[in-house]
Structures are given as C-alpha cells and as structure tokens.
Design a protein around this ligand. Structure first.
Ligand code: PEP
Length: 220
C-alpha cells in the first residue's frame, strides 16, 4: 500500500497557485489549504483530497464570530483536518489538550480524518483523554510526529530516531497510523518513506511547489 503524502500550505498561497495545483496535483496528495481556498478548490476539482489546517472547538453552527466548524469544512468537501500543529500550540495557545480533544471529536463526528500533530514531547499531548479517544478511532485519526527542531530548519533527526519515536507512538496507541513531518523535501523523501514505522509524510514548505510535491508522491 502506498504511503500518505500530506502537504500543509500554512498561511501561504493564492487563487493563482490553487489553480495551478487543481490542474496538476498528483491525485494521491492530500493538500492542507488555508480554509479560504477549500470550497473553491473542491468545486473546481471534486477529486482533490483537501485538508483544513484547523477547526473550531464548536461543533456545527452558532454565534462564534470568525470560527469555522468541522461541519462547515465537511460541507465544502474537506476530508481531512490537521489539528494541534505546533505553530498553533506555541504561538496562539489555543490548542490546549481539552480543545484538541473537542476538535478531534468534531472532526470524527463529521466523518473526516484528523491528522493530529505531536512534537518531541508527544507523551504530554497524548495524555490519557486523547489517547483513549484515539484508541477507539484509529481509522479516523492519524498522528503526525513533527519534532519542533525539524520544522522549517532543514535539520532532521536520523531515520533511526524517527523510527523509534514512531514505534513508541504506535505501541502507545494500538498501531495508529503515523506520519513524519519536518523539513521533508525531494532530496530526503526516499529515505523518510523507507522508515519502517512511517505511514507517510507531512510536508510544509516544499508542498508549495507543485513539481516537488508531485515528485515526492511519485516515490510513495
Ligand atoms: C510543518 O510545519 O508541518 C512542516 C512539516 O514544515 P516543513 O516541512 O516546512 O518543515
């Protein structure tokens, strides 16, 4: 079975770039778009596998200015939601363990798949409440191991170290699917994809380049 290739555009992109990806993206790639582009991309190419980069703690509709619920994301064709990214946890302080648990429930209830990001201190985030929930939803939740020291730095841990962490996570949570994220690019993709306990990759910066992300997909 081929491995998952997930892109995360973060707060980048434009209608022009979305159009380029709609026309040429390898079908296997799951692309984490800024929410403002999701409905547009889905309407223009319903086959595209789209991820959101967050969702609200609030479940469906209501008086919550500026929020976007999992129900609304599902309605516009989103199939995946990235949750708990370290940039959200560190900079915005909004993704506490309690909030992440609420968001995971909302994603699963709306029949999407959550891609939960954890860092070097993964045991802190995978506390009892979150682990218990994931254990009962291993088909709907994927864990992306993203060491903070590797995000956007070009410095990645050794394949052995990555493998050890992914193995620990799988031992802790019933063989949950795991991705590695942090400075993945066309040069290191084959090495990362060959890590035994990895089920794929989460790619940040390099996912903004259509040729690069398609090249990475071609190795999976
Ligand atoms: C990320 O932030 O999820 C990420 C993997 O970033 P990059 O690939 O740019 O290191």
């Amino acid at each position: 079975m081929s491995k998952m290739i997930v892109g995360n555009w973060k707060m980048n992109g434009s209608v022009k770039l979305v159009d380029e990806f709609i026309a040429g993206l390898d079908k296997q790639v799951i692309l984490g778009l800024p929410s403002i582009f999701i409905a547009y991309a889905h309407l223009k190419n319903p086959e595209m596998q789209i991820a959101a980069q967050d969702c609200s703690v609030f479940g469906d509709f209501g008086a919550h200015t500026g929020e976007i619920s999992a129900k609304m994301l599902a309605d516009v064709g989103c199939k995946y939601v990235i949750l708990g990214h370290s940039e959200r946890r560190k900079n915005m302080n909004s993704d506490t363990i309690d909030n992440i648990l609420l968001k995971l429930r909302n994603v699963v209830q709306n029949k999407m798949t959550a891609i939960l990001c954890v860092d070097e201190n993964y045991m802190e985030l995978l506390d009892k409440s979150i682990s218990d929930f994931i254990k009962t939803h291993t088909n709907e939740i994927v864990i992306a191991y993203e060491p903070i020291s590797a995000i956007g730095t070009g410095i990645i841990p050794s394949p052995d170290d990555i493998n050890k962490s992914l193995k620990n996570i799988k031992l802790h949570i019933n063989n949950v699917k795991t991705l590695y994220g942090g400075s993945v690019n066309t040069k290191n993709i084959t090495e990362i994809l060959s890590i035994p306990f990895s089920d794929g990759v989460l790619v940040g910066g390099a996912s903004l380049n259509l040729y690069d992300i398609n090249t990475m997909a071609s190795y999976s």
